[in-house]
Write a protein that binds this ligand. Structure first.
Ligand code: SDX
Length: 394
């Protein structure tokens, strides 16, 4: 097969799909979901309404929204077998691994696969949006040796999650801010985890496998896992005075500063701007956090030294500071990201099914050809092997 275009590592700039779900203008720091600016959604919408918008393609009417919320509320509980399975997970395991296993396990309970049946699609969407937060909260309580607590029907989506996690009904401002965080993280075009979901979806496998593969991809420190790394980095820096030497050291070692840089944004990520505002609101209401002063100084120093390369805070930079103030443990930041991103993954799953063709790109082969098979008894050291390889390399 002839190669159609040059190889670009990380597929940078190469369109892999067509989509009407979201739009990013990386030069001007603009993000839209279904054409609506993220600032407006953060201000006026809720996470569940935004999820509806992303997945079904338009804002719901009052009745449609009520029905959607009601369905999700009804499906929040976990089957006891899932809870039993979670009891066997090691307490020291990362919650993203637990979540990936639980998401995949849903496929065991809902094994019918009818991808052309709208009722099946709706049920899968509702189940995943409903159960993923319960799984995250249940794992948190179980690893502390406690029984998970049941969801409360009188609490909204975000307040209920914080309640299941902390065993306390949250302050309304805290619940609202958390809900805005979910809206901000719900979707972001064809990022790594969404691409992973789409590739999995394109094989026409079940939606639980699609979400499980996306959860696994989100977990990495270059993607959703960066929010945890940011807090660890702020802890390591320790004080505002240490910021400049820390940045110098990173530049010298060419190591990445977590929560900065983006493949698409060459200015500050608009979500980071909103998250920073919300962090400030949290500190005003619930008390300050000295890590915030370190973060602000870090943003300034990185902008001075790397701004010309387009390195600015991304979505993961300020989110951890908000979650910290909400009392969420550091290793749950990425699972919280996943709770939100399920909406985007599901929207892309549906879009992929509408016009599916299995993903099967090509590659540029860099190996050798016509290598003779060497019987085991005649094989020698690695050095010999290299010598043989050089002899036969074209
Ligand atoms: C998310 O894609 C999405 O939409 C993802 C996301 C979403 O909503 O789904 O927005 C969520 O994943 C946010 C990103 C979280 N990751 C981090 O914060 C980890 C730190 N950042 C990076 O490693 C990096 O910026 C990436 C992974 C985000 C982007 O990687 P790219 O596009 O492959 O860029 P690169 O690593 O090739 O860097 C290009 C240049 C390099 O310099 P040069 O070698 O050209 O001189 O920019 C430099 C890099 O060294 N650079 C950084 C840097 N990020 C890029 N230098 C220091 N610190 C950084 N963080």
């Amino acid at each position: 097969m002839t190669v159609a275009c040059e190889y670009r590592p990380g597929l940078e700039g190469i369109p892999a799909t067509q989509s009407s779900i979201s739009y990013v203008d990386g030069q001007n720091g603009i993000l839209e979901y279904r054409g609506i600016n993220i600032e407006e959604l953060a201000q006026s919408s809720t996470f569940i309404e935004t999820a509806y918008l992303l997945i079904w393609g338009g804002l719901p009417t009052e009745d449609e929204l009520e029905e959607f919320k009601h369905e999700i509320q009804f499906h929040r509980r976990l089957k006891y077998r899932i809870r039993d399975m979670m009891k066997c997970f090691p307490e020291s395991g990362h919650p993203m691994d637990a979540l990936q296993a639980c998401a995949a396990a849903l496929g065991l309970f809902y094994s019918r696969r009818a991808l052309d049946d709208p009722a099946y699609i709706r049920a899968a969407v509702v189940r995943l949006l409903a159960k993923i937060p319960t799984m995250v909260a249940a794992f948190q309580l179980m690893r502390k040796g406690n029984d998970p607590i049941q969801p409360r029907d009188d609490l909204g989506y975000s307040a209920n999650f914080l309640y299941m996690l902390t065993e306390r009904v949250p302050d309304p401002l805290a619940a609202h801010i958390f809900d805005v965080c979910l809206t901000l993280h719900a979707e972001h075009t064809i990022n790594a985890s969404t691409f992973s979901a789409m590739v999995t979806a394109s094989t026409l496998t079940d939606p639980y496998a699609v979400i499980a593969s996306a959860v696994g991809t989100l977990a990495g420190p270059l993607h959703g896992g960066a929010s945890e790394e940011v807090i660890l980095m702020l802890e390591e820096i320790g004080s505002v005075a240490n910021v400049e030497p820390y940045v110098d050291q990173c530049m010298e070692r060419r190591s990445k500063i977590m929560g900065f840089g983006h493949r698409v944004y060459k200015v500050k990520d608009p979500r980071a701007t909103i998250l920073q505002r919300m962090a400030e609101q949290m500190f005003e209401q619930f008390g300050s956090d000295h890590y915030y002063d370190i973060a602000v100084k870090l943003e300034q120093v990185v902008a001075d030294r790397m701004g010309s390369k387009g390195i600015y805070p991304n979505v993961d930079f300020y989110s951890g500071l908000v979650y910290r103030k909400l009392g969420i443990p550091t290793d749950l930041y990425t699972p919280v990201f996943a709770i939100a991103r399920v909406a985007g993954w599901l929207a892309h799953w549906k879009e992929q099914l509408n016009e599916n063709r299995i993903f099967r790109p090509t590659q540029i082969y860099t190996g050798t050809h016509s290598v003779p098979f060497v019987p085991l008894e005649k094989r020698h050291s690695a050095q010999d092997r290299d010598m043989y390889a050089n002899l036969i390399t074209p």
